[in-house]
Design a protein around this ligand. Structure first.
Ligand code: SF4
Ligand code: SF4
Ligand code: FES
Length: 221
């Protein structure tokens, strides 16, 4: 077992546990985007960063790929973490403004403008779809192609390959296409519509969850 301190509380977890998992065991919620329990960790989005204290210095590291270590001291929501996380979300929104997941995160974190130029790429390169396809479906239907700003998810030669099982999992798991933001009047890169928790007309039993279920059973945003 390994003993460490997370948010000033000592805990003991098995060796090999990640800091994200250890925090989760304690009920501490660290936001994530490219992490999905059961798929291999990827460390792409950096939303899950935590502050690792080393004496009078500290560093920011992705908790989903950071293994616990004896005597480690972690802060999951320090001012340094919150500031950096906001910049990361701004950057992600600038490449994917129509992701409801990202817009919700921005609203929860109190972000009120995106200071980066919006270049809607409709993908944040989180790799969830690729890992799901390979690891869960044992398929190789999709993969990353290109480098740098040309990097994107694609099928080989633009043709649906035989390996694809048409399971739809790659769309289901995508934080961008899974929940598209339908608002089309972004202000400073932000929608802000979901901050309005007024119940929608189609929901007869609204519990103010912000995701109302419509009369026909589907989600209405
Ligand atoms: S629909 Fe095809 S490409 Fe997408 S996850 Fe399933 S097998 Fe992979
Ligand atoms: S298509 Fe979606 S799931 Fe796949 S890498 Fe891009 S954002 Fe992630
Ligand atoms: S959830 Fe850890 S880097 Fe994306």
């Amino acid at each position: 077992m390994v003993e460490l301190t997370i948010d000033r509380i000592k805990t003991r977890v098995p060796e090999g546990t990640t800091v994200l998992e250890a925090a989760g065991e304690m009920g501490i919620v660290i936001p994530t985007l490219c992490h999905y329990s059961g798929l291999s960790p990827y460390g792409a989005c950096r939303v899950c960063i935590v502050e690792v204290i080393k004496g009078d210095r500290s560093s920011l590291e992705a908790s989903c790929t950071l293994p616990v270590a004896e005597g480690q001291v972690i802060l999951t929501a320090s001012e340094k973490v919150k500031r950096a996380r906001k910049v990361i979300i701004e950057l992600l929104i600038s490449s994917c403004p129509n992701s409801k997941t990202l817009q919700d995160m921005a609203a929860n974190m109190g972000i009120n403008e995106v200071r980066f130029k919006i270049k809607d790429r409709n993908c944040i390169l989180c790799g969830l779809c690729v890992r799901y396809c390979k690891e869960q479906m044992q398929s190789g239907g999709i993969g990353f192609i290109g480098r740098g700003t040309s990097r994107r998810v694609s099928v080989a030669f633009g043709v649906t390959p035989e390996e694809c099982r048409n399971c739809g999992g790659c769309e289901w798991i995508c934080p961008v296409c899974e929940r598209a933001c339908t608002a089309d009047n972004l202000v400073n890169g932000l929608c802000g519509g979901c901050q309005n928790l007024t119940p929608v007309e189609t929901c007869p039993f609204c519990t103010y969850c912000s995701e109302s279920v419509g009369a026909t059973g589907h989600k209405v945003y």
